[in-house]
Write a protein that binds this ligand. Sequence first.
Ligand code: DAH
Length: 343
Amino acid sequence: MPDEIEEIQRALEKAAEGIKTPQDLQRFKEEFLSRKKGKITSLFKRIGSLPPGERSSFGRRVNQLRELAENLYKKAEKSLKEEGWKEKLRKIIPDPTLPGFHKKIPPLHPISEISHRIEEIFLRMGYDIEDGPEVETEYYNFDALNIPPHHPARQEQDTFFLGKSLILRTHTSPVQIRAMRRRKPPIRIIVPGRVYRRDEADPTHTPMFYQIEGLVVERGISFAHLKGTLETFLKALFGEETRVRFRPSYFPFTEPSAEVDISCPVCGGTDPHCSVCGGSGWIEILGSGMVHPQVLKAGGIDPEEYSGFAFGLGVDRISMLWRGISDIRNHYWNRLDFLEQMK
Ligand code: DAH
């Protein structure tokens, strides 16, 4: 009979060594310590059938065996818990000895890059950056900017109408009015943002594109300020050698108005077959003018006391020039292979 105790002890020790999972641990408990069918319990049950002289020494040995089983069980349970933690830690703490992997971060989108460059130049000149809604009212987008109801720009083929006199803004100019109402002169702002027009997408058109608006309102602002500012800006952006030309033009919200050209940044006016300027040597870059008195009034500013100038430029066009991009739609196709060329 004592042999059986030794046998169970050996089995017990072997089983304890083999505990690797919570299932092993459970099996160990059932096999040896279970009150119903556990091997040690069945030894206890045997005590009653032994000759009285052997009972106490047998009982002592079985008690020791049970203690051993319980200790082995606790030990295995503890080390399983520790293993579990180690495993969890291994998952959350990266192994610094593993080889690293390279995450490709493409350069900035050209629209963002150009916008940032332009913003930086104006920030250096003391301008603030303003913002306005892309869903606009017809009033801010047109009427307040001196664009009457019959004006062709308001027609359905150009504008996305959303109903109830709401539209998608067709230019960033409505923020001129919002800014004048929000701020007091002196006002010096630029407004970068998206604008929308019902144009079929082709190499030079997309129904959504980016503009940057500029507005200055102070006492005594003249056309000379407009010229000086835009020349400084365009030379800072395209290089000191750039020549700037003002041509008379018309916009309902400025009087007088001017379109501004720069000397071709690709051929400098020396190549009669230049694909960028078409051999003319000049590229139209923005619209500008002195803020119309009606527009100042709509912004709540007295045109007798204040004057101002404004300008608007297309970011996509500048990006295309800057990067030699021949199709504007490249900006919106979301292709990594395009972005990766923008280094
Ligand atoms: N809003 C005009 C457009 O989208 C651009 C423009 C021209 C803005 C002249 C101006 C400006 O502020 O003075 O075509």
